[in-house]
Design a protein around this ligand. Structure first.
Ligand code: UD1
Ligand code: CA
Length: 490
């Protein structure tokens, strides 16, 4: 028998979330790299429901824009001036086909740890028990603020009473309403029509549907969950951090179970869409963000932040920051380097220490080992860029591109004034300010020639320790070292 699918999931996201004290609507705050409402939409989609609707009101345009970016097929439902979760669901139903029948799930846009699996289990249990209403409940030590589940003499769910409306006896109940439900669509529609506003907040409560359905003789059941995190909502930034940490713990655990070594999950932050291959090691203080993907047998960290970055099999990235970059298989990066968007490091290539790259296509086996800025460059296979080289790509008005050919060698402390082309198999002498192209097999030298002035120290600095050292050295080695012949200097 195939798993039953809900007809619709309605995600409530119209509330303001004042306790966040934020200019950003609550459901757009992120954990695990995804807005809170995005987590709710993903869980809803996992049920393979025919329709997924999001009920919006507060900061409508921003919420709708982000929701649409996350999921094109969403139904957007606008809640009007009438307040309450009951009205929100009514507006949600109003945006769906009028003849919708079957199971309708209701979830919240601010309950990010609820999983698709739980919603599937809820749907299955709801269907198999032939229930009209299934309320997801949990037993918690401090139920303050939650709606309480009131059961009848036979232990069946009779109604839900909001904390603000509850008597002292009812407040002593520790089974709470999570706010997640499965409803039969027809029962829900009929019951919502009867929901009034006679309560402490003057709102149309969705929770009243439970009592109305029960009174009408429909089967109502509680779907008790043990994993309390899954029912927890975000109301303020303290809860945002707590749920963010728990989500991260779960993500790290899933990677570890799949064969990734995470040395210190407490200081490792991995967004939900990151993929990591088997036998890769993630060292402490590392953040893997956005759509980052790491291959197998790689070592990442310590203290690496990768955003939307791809790292190949067997690569090593140490104390580096990368954004929209690609690191090829077997390549090495860091320590202390910054890979900006458009950096592509080829297989077994190297970006060493204190290197910044941007729009840099560094091909297979090429090395940029030390203290370099490489922006708007192509560096050919097997080429070597000397320490302290700067590609001066910006003339104050426009950016220019330079190319270094295959197996070319750029000496240390070169400034490449782009645009120039260094051909395959060419050399650039150390300390050169390169302004013109270099042909295959040529060496370019652009710096003033060295001149040694005999006897200068004794004349200009007589009586100093330096002058004494010079005299002693001359006594031992009367011949000064000759100038290096032209063309061997690099
Ligand atoms: C609600 C439940 C309560 C339950 C608790 C669980 C009701 C009346 N009470 O209370 O029993 O224990 O959730 O967290 O349902 N929303 C709208 N439109 C509205 C009002 C709310 O879309 O007019 C959305 C909010 O954005 C939020 C969710 O519904 O995502 C819950 O609203 P909230 O005001 O937080 O409900 P609670 O008072 O916490
Ligand atoms: Ca709430």
């Amino acid at each position: 028998m195939s798993t039953p699918r809900p007809a619709a999931v309605i995600v409530l996201a119209a509330g303001e979330g004042t306790r966040m004290r934020s200019a950003t609507p609550k459901v757009l705050h992120r954990i695990g790299g995804v807005p809170l409402v995005g987590h709710a939409i993903r869980a809803a989609r996992a049920t393979r429901a025919e329709h997924v609707g999001v009920v919006v009101r507060h900061d409508r345009e921003r919420v709708v824009e982000q929701c649409a970016a996350l999921d094109e097929g969403l139904v957007i439902a606008d809640q009007d001036d009438v307040k309450g979760t009951g009205r929100a669901v009514e507006c949600g139903l109003g945006a769906l086909p009028a003849d919708l029948s079957g199971t309708v799930l209701v979830t919240y846009g601010d309950v990010p740890l609820l999983t698709g699996d739980t919603l599937v289990e809820l749907t299955v249990a709801h269907t198999e028990t032939g229930s009209a209403v299934s309320v997801v409940t949990a037993h918690i030590a401090d139920p303050t603020g939650y709606g309480r589940v009131v059961r009848d003499a036979d232990g069946r769910v009779e109604r839900i009473v909001e904390h603000k409306d509850a008597t002292p006896d009812e407040r002593a109940i520790t089974e709470i309403n999570s706010g997640i439900y499965a409803f039969d669509a027809d029962v829900l529609r009929a019951a919502l029509a009867e929901v009034g506003t006679d309560n402490a907040q003057g709102e149309r409560y969705l929770t009243d549907v439970v009592a109305i359905a029960h009174a009408a003789g429909h089967p109502v059941r509680a779907h008790v969950v043990d994993d309390l995190w899954q029912t927890e909502g975000v109301n303020d930034r303290v809860q945002l951090a707590a749920l963010g940490r728990e989500l991260n713990r779960r993500v790290c655990e899933a990677h570890m179970r799949a064969g990734v070594t995470i040395v210190d999950p407490a200081t490792t932050w991995i967004d939900v869409d990151v993929s990591i291959g088997q036998d890769t090691t993630v060292l402490p203080g590392t953040q893997l963000l956005g759509a980052t993907s790491i291959g197998r047998d790689a070592v990442v960290g310590p203290e690496v932040t990768l955003t939307d970055t791809e790292v190949g099999d067997g690569a090593q990235v140490t104390r580096a920051v990368a954004n929209l970059a690609t690191v090829g298989p077997g390549a090495t990066v860091g320590p202390y380097s910054y890979l900006r968007p458009g950096t592509r490091l080829g297989a077994r290539g190297k970006i060493g220490g204190f290197v910044e790259t941007k729009n840099a296509d560094i091909r297979e086996g090429a090395k940029v080992p030390h203290l370099t800025y490489a922006g708007d460059v192509t560096i050919g296979e097997g080429a070597n860029i000397g320490a302290g080289t700067v590609f001066a790509n910006y003339d104050g008005v426009a950016k220019h591109h330079s190319t270094v050919g295959r197996h070319a060698f750029v000496g240390s402390h070169t400034v490449v004034v782009s645009p120039v082309e260094v051909a395959d198999g060419a050399y650039v002498a150390a300390g050169t300010a390169l302004t013109a192209d270099v042909g295959p097999g040529q060496i370019a030298v652009a710096r003033s020639r060295q001149r040694n002035v005999d006897g200068w120290v004794e004349r200009a600095r007589p009586g100093t320790a330096t002058a004494t050292a010079a005299a002693q050295a001359r006594a031992r080695h009367p011949q000064p070292r000759p100038d290096a012949p032209e063309g061997t200097e690099t």
